[in-house]
Design a protein around this ligand. Structure first.
Ligand code: ADP
Ligand code: MG
Ligand code: ZN
Length: 617
């Protein structure tokens, strides 16, 4: 749990509030006092009054002249004051007009006023300052800008996270067990002269358990754990980030051995060369430089600080961060495989009540591509569904529905399609399903639905792979393209026109085709060459397309032509299948319009009737 490390004695806080109050009162008095002073007149009027013999006596000070005038009866009455102008002839004038005058008496007790005017303002300032400082213990304190916002987690048996809580990332775990050993018994390593790594970078897609792993390392090693997110270093003010880094490492040094965990390292660690389009990188650059300095600064000895960091965009990191002595160890935390998913499900289902019929293995087979966080979310969704249905325990069907929810976003029944749109969506989805049913190894079509879900999908066809696949053949990829084009082809066959609903399908189909040609060397025309610059790591599926190598214009043109012909061939194939199964397309679509969802055995029986192209031709 976060521990506030800036405890300020409440006493000093009281004192400072008191001073603050006192200052405020004195200030108020000072402002309002002059109002009670004598009425002022302009200097010219004073002279005038002197010349008219109205003035009885005057007390001439450097900054003020107070004088008393006579009333109609010639008796001394009202006292006025005026601000003098430097006038050497004034005494003569007063003398000539019979005014009794003198210098003012030395001010009584003025030293108190003087003292107050000198002492109070600084006191007020100090009071205000301390006041904010006392509040500044929290993260949003006005004067705490430069302080690092790191939270310190001190282990505590009840909430301690250990490696037991992390599953499906065995390789990463093995690497990190070593780090724990370093922290526990550094002597064992330093005695042989081995260097303890300073920085370990956890790399992997979001939700795969990087943060969790870092906490587990701290939990296992039993050392303090400073956690801060890279984005928290970056502020509007240049220089703040670097002072935060300095502060963080100062604190860590005091508590060593300990772990400093910087989440989302890419927020500060972006390559300095890459610039970035929003300009003004000074702040990030300074912060990064400070981090590099700090990492170079501490020596790996008895008082070890190990810096763990996490990122899902390692390719954007500045090279300087990855040099030896910094984050020279990189640990890949990838999405879990089948066995890993089952193990993660097991961990998270310990917190919920499972019915007897729940088979976590089956659920794991149905969730390829899910990261740890998705699986945790899935278990929770299933529990919510069970609770909503007033069940005592979660049943398998809850999981089945939860998978769909997690995959496609929550059901949005409120989004109503008009009848024409619904019809188009129905044919479109059946088109996907029918073409998909004929393609080899493309996974089983489990469900077609025209209930809109999530943001993008109007309807959807759920195709579940029967197993995790790491290798795909060219034929399979062609099948995938044809399946993706099945939706649009159905629209063409039935309505003779196309809608905008297929945009995403086309996008994906084109991507697959392009990868076949440029990445996998699957084109006969272009041969087994990789035309892109190295495949990015597998987990960057959603990243940017790879840059292409330098190539001649003809090659570029040939690639485009090849991609186009792949997509067109698949399109023709899909059109052919749907044309030759026109009646079946009609009957399944009508059924779908009636039921909104077709799934399971019924769907499989229907799709089994799709005739392949060859037998028709
Ligand atoms: P990341 O930092 O990689 O984005 P997190 O560590 O924040 O992911 O994971 C979020 C949550 O998902 C964790 O708190 C945990 O409940 C769950 N989770 C993620 N990966 C795993 C895993 N490998 N094993 C168990 N739970 C996991
Ligand atoms: Mg994280
Ligand atoms: Zn589609």
């Amino acid at each position: 749990m976060p521990v506030n490390k800036n405890p300020r004695p409440p006493r000093s806080r009281q004192i400072s509030s008191l001073l603050f109050l006192l200052g405020a009162v004195l200030l108020t008095i000072n402002i309002f006092l002059p109002i009670q002073r004598t009425p002022r007149t302009p200097y010219s009027m004073f002279i005038h009054q002197v010349q008219e013999h109205k003035v009885v006596k005057a007390s001439v000070g450097q900054n003020e002249i107070r004088y008393q005038i006579k009333n109609e009866l010639g008796e001394p009455s009202v006292v006025y004051s005026t601000t003098p102008i430097f006038d050497l002839k004034l005494p003569d004038l007063l003398e000539a007009n019979g005014v009794e005058f003198a210098a003012p008496p030395p001010p009584q007790n003025q030293w108190i006023g003087n003292l107050l005017s000198w002492v109070i303002p600084p006191l007020i300032f100090i009071a205000v300052w301390r006041f904010f400082l006392a509040r500044g213990g929290g993260p949003q304190g006005a004067l705490s800008i430069g302080k690092s916002k790191a939270k310190v987690y001190v282990e505590d048996e009840a909430t301690k996270i250990t490696f037991e809580d992390v599953a499906g990332v065995e390789e990463a775990k093995t690497e990190l067990v070593e780090i724990v050993d370093f922290l526990k018994t550094p002597k064992r390593f330093t005695d042989i002269g081995a260097k303890i790594p300073k920085g370990v970078l956890l790399v992997g897609p979001p939700g795969t358990g990087k943060t969790l792993l870092a906490k587990a390392v701290a939990g296992e090693a039993g050392v303090p754990f400073f956690s801060i997110s890279g984005s928290e270093f970056i502020e509007m003010f240049v220089g703040v980030g670097s002072s935060r880094v300095r502060d963080l490492f100062e604190q860590a040094q005091k508590q060593a051995p300990c772990i400093v965990f910087i989440d989302e390292l890419d927020a500060i660690g972006k390559s300095r060369a890459s610039g970035g389009f929003y300009g003004g990188n000074d702040e990030r650059e300074q912060t990064l430089n400070q981090l590099l300095t700090e990492m170079d600064g501490f020596s790996a000895g008895e008082n070890t600080i190990i810096v763990l960091a996490a990122t899902n965009r390692p390719e954007t990191l500045d090279q300087a961060l990855l040099r030896p002595g910094r984050f020279d160890r990189q640990v890949l935390v990838d999405r879990p495989d089948l066995k890993g998913r089952e193990a993660i499900l097991k961990i998270h289902s310990q917190e919920v009540k499972l019915g007897d019929n729940v088979d976590l293995h089956v659920i794991a087979t149905r969730t390829p591509g899910f990261a740890g966080a998705d699986l945790a979310n899935l278990v929770n969704e299933a529990a919510l569904l069970a609770a909503r249905n007033n069940r005592q325990a979660i049943i398998q069907a809850d999981f089945a529905e939860a998978i769909e929810r997690v995959v496609a976003g929550l059901e949005k029944k409120s989004r109503v399609l008009n009848d024409k749109e619904k019809e188009i969506v129905a044919y479109h989805e059946v088109g996907h399903a029918m073409v998909g049913a004929l393609m080899e190894d493309s996974g089983q079509v489990e469900k077609i639905s025209i209930i809109p879900r999530g943001m993008a999908a109007l309807g959807y066809t759920l195709q579940l792979p029967t197993e995790d696949r790491f290798l795909r053949s060219a034929d399979e990829l062609k099948g995938q393209i044809a399946t993706l084009l099945g939706g649009r082809s159905a629209e063409e066959v039935v309505f003779g026109s196309i809608t905008t609903g297929a945009a995403n399908d086309l996008q994906r189909a084109t991507e697959v085709a392009e990868q076949m040609v440029t990445t996998y060397g699957m084109s006969e025309v272009l041969g087994p060459l990789a035309y892109d610059k190295g495949q990015q790591s597998s987990f960057l599926e959603n990243g940017m397309p790879n840059a292409r190598r330098n190539m001649s214009e003809e090659t570029a043109r040939a690639i485009d032509a090849e991609v186009k012909s792949l997509v067109e061939a698949a399109h023709d194939q899909a059109l052919g299948i749907l044309r030759s199964n026109r009646d079946l397309l009609e009957s399944i679509a009508q059924q779908l319009l009636k039921e909104e969802v077709i799934e399971g055995n019924l769907l499989r029986e229907m799709l089994a009737q799709v005739k392949p192209l060859e037998s028709v031709a």
